[in-house]
Design a binder for this molecule. Structure first.
Ligand code: C5P
Length: 232
């Protein structure tokens, strides 16, 4: 599985995302479509971006009873996405059902990645709101292991956790890592950040990069810089 840079297209309208993608002439970045774009534009936004030659990571983070997730994943699979995700907190039966739903009649399927604990969930929130009293790092690794047990392809995690996830799950278990910033760039609201180059050294398989590319004066140059640091 080759390393790749996924551009988080956190736009809320088709006009904005197409205006952004129009800047790319020779390059066809792997694109992450999030809830805001999917909910505002509907499933056609996936096929339209796909038709332009981009791979798609559909970031909808499903979490429901196994039967509902299975049927929803079958719909997403039909949209021809390349990667999608769910919450590992839904449990192993839900993750297994998701895989089943995602698998097309010809046996192919998009990659399925689990979110462990959201980065917005602190130790305090976990203990107070979720009544989970284990250290958050342990919970994250346990959820990653559950995802591996259910047959998923990988997890979303911090590039700092990539090595550990590979060690606990397997080297081929994918780590999809946001929180990427250039050494000379703005950190914004991300707290623990890493450069594309360091993420590569730490073993990340995919980096998810939003504002360092989408808000750059020259997004194509910023994307190429990510590829140069992370892939080449
Ligand atoms: O703009 P920025 O590079 O911070 O965007 C990172 C992307 O990765 C956003 O789409 C954000 O929602 C997503 N993400 C994240 N941290 C996580 C999970 C997803 O930043 N733990």
């Amino acid at each position: 599985m080759g390393k790749d840079v996924i551009v988080a297209c956190d736009f809320s309208s088709k006009a904005d995302v197409m205006n952004f993608l129009d800047k790319f002439k020779d390059e066809k970045p792997f694109v992450k479509i999030g809830m805001e774009l999917f909910y505002s534009e509907g499933p056609s936004i996936v096929s339209e971006i796909k038709a332009r030659g981009h791979k798609i990571f559909l970031d909808l983070k499903l979490h429901d009873i196994p039967n509902t997730v299975k049927k929803s994943m079958a719909v997403l699979s039909g949209l021809d996405v390349d990667m999608t995700n769910l919450h590992a907190g839904g449990g192993i039966p839900m993750m297994e059902a998701a895989l089943e739903g995602l698998t097309r009649p010809d046996g192919t399927r998009p990659l399925l990645i689990a979110v462990t604990q959201l980065t917005s969930t602190s130790q305090e929130i976990m203990e107070r709101d979720l009544l989970i009293d284990k250290p958050i790092d342990e919970v994250v690794m346990h959820y990653a292991h559950n995802a591996k047990t259910a047959g998923l392809d990988g997890v979303v995690c911090s590039p700092r956790e990539a090595d550990n996830v590979h060690e606990k799950c397997s080297q081929s278990f994918l780590t999809v890592t946001p929180g990427i910033r250039f050494a000379d760039g703005d950190v914004g609201d991300q707290v623990r950040v890493m450069t594309p180059e360091k993420a590569k050294l730490n073993g990340s398989d995919y980096i998810v990069v939003g504002r360092p590319i989408t808000a750059a004066e020259d997004p194509v140059a910023a994307y190429k810089r990510c590829v140069k640091e992370f892939v080449d």
